[in-house]
Design a protein around this ligand. Structure first.
Ligand code: AMP
Ligand code: MN
Ligand code: MN
Length: 338
């Protein structure tokens, strides 16, 4: 059995392992509005550590604390506490899938006061905001870094832990379709499948179910999708939005529309796809995707967000029109920038 071979320094691994072994309580946190990689990497490591008798608390810093409906199947949810019950000054805090301290939301101040802060991530844009960094941009998911850490710690990856790790791996590789799908990603999937996890059940929970109201709201959003062939340096832009009112009309919670970009990004005529999603606090969360010619991480970083070259996002307090007006000039293809 091999493990992921990352390019991380041995000193970082040694330090992280030392800290985790010696800590009395581990305070885990993942990025706000958690996706399967954020929550899966945190709960996977949390579960495995809790089973060795470690005291573990886990959380994420959203103002309204709720696990998205489609991630409620992940094992280990009993480890979760509300941000208000989170240790104010943790002796050891571990951050998952967060490229900046701000991505920890309400838990960012806790991270600032932590005795030690281990940052586990795979964003190339990671700012190095911890005291120890296990950051591997070559890893397809944060759960790939977590698997190696668990192997180095000698932790057992049983079916439940594997379910958490697999959810992050399949999500961030787009079901092994994205360019980050390496031999190492498939090899890890093989190891996880060998624990007896049910890939068909995980896939159904993640992508193949929704309330009827989702079809109605999707219809509204797709009905007003706009194609701008001249945008993105002539490579094309397709975009749409889902307002809070759209969702209210059908009684659809915000987290159900998180993945709508996966329908919009398929358009042949557009290099860049954008979906603006209004949350319940009247702010817009913007999902952006490119096919490789436009660096979305760079564009979104310029607007206060971040992410990966082909998949990135940002938040906006502006109107839909003003948000798009701010984004359009940032969509120049690589090599055409002056
Ligand atoms: P999403 O469109 O929500 O699936 O996000 C795609 C990628 O962009 C993920 O890697 C996120 O971590 C990143 N991302 C999304 N929103 C933000 C944000 N407001 N700030 C930083 N990174 C973000
Ligand atoms: Mn994430
Ligand atoms: Mn990730």
């Amino acid at each position: 059995m091999t493990t992921n071979e990352s390019a991380l320094g041995e000193a970082d691994w040694r330090r992280a392992i030392e800290l985790i072994r010696s800590a009395g309580t581990l305070a885990l946190a993942c990025h706000v509005s958690p996706d399967a990689d954020a929550l899966g990497s945190m709960l996977g490591l949390g579960l495995a550590l809790a089973r060795t008798g470690k005291k573990v608390v886990a959380s994420f810093g959203d103002r309204v604390f709720a696990v998205p409906r489609l991630l409620r199947f992940l094992p280990g949810q009993h480890l979760l506490v509300e941000p208000s019950a989170y240790p104010a000054e943790p002796e050891l805090m571990v951050a998952f899938d967060a490229s900046t301290m701000e991505r920890l939301g309400l838990l960012a101040p806790h991270a600032g006061k932590a005795g030690e802060l281990v940052v586990i991530d795979h964003h190339v844009s990671n700012t190095g905001f911890g005291t120890v960094h296990l950051v591997d941009p070559a890893a397809a998911s944060t759960t790939m870094v977590v698997e190696e850490l668990m192997n180095r710690l000698g932790l057992t990856i049983d079916r439940e832990v594997a379910t958490c790790l697999y959810a992050g791996l399949v999500t961030d590789t787009g079901s092994f379709r994205h360019s980050i799908t390496t031999p190492a990603a498939h090899a890890m999937a093989g190891r996880l499948l060998a624990t007896g996890l049910r890939p068909e059940e995980i896939a159904r929970e993640l992508w193949d179910r929704s309330p009827f109201a989702y079809l109605r709201v999707l219809g509204t959003a797709l009905g007003r999708a706009t194609l701008e062939p001249d945008a993105a340096g002539g490579l094309g832009l397709v975009w749409t939005y889902v307002s809070r009112a759209d969702r209210a009309a059908e009684g659809l919670p915000y987290d159900e529309v998180e993945g709508m970009i996966d329908v919009v990004r398929r358009v042949d005529e557009a290099e860049v796809a954008v979906v603006l999603k209004e949350d319940d606090e009247a702010g817009w969360n913007v999902s952006t995707r490119s096919k490789g010619a436009v660096d979305m991480a760079r564009a979104c970083a310029a607007l206060g967000g971040g992410g990966h070259p082909r998949a990135a996002g940002f938040s906006s307090a502006l109107s839909v029109a003003d948000t798009m007006a701010a984004l359009r000039p940032l969509l120049a293809p690589e090599g055409s920038r002056s």
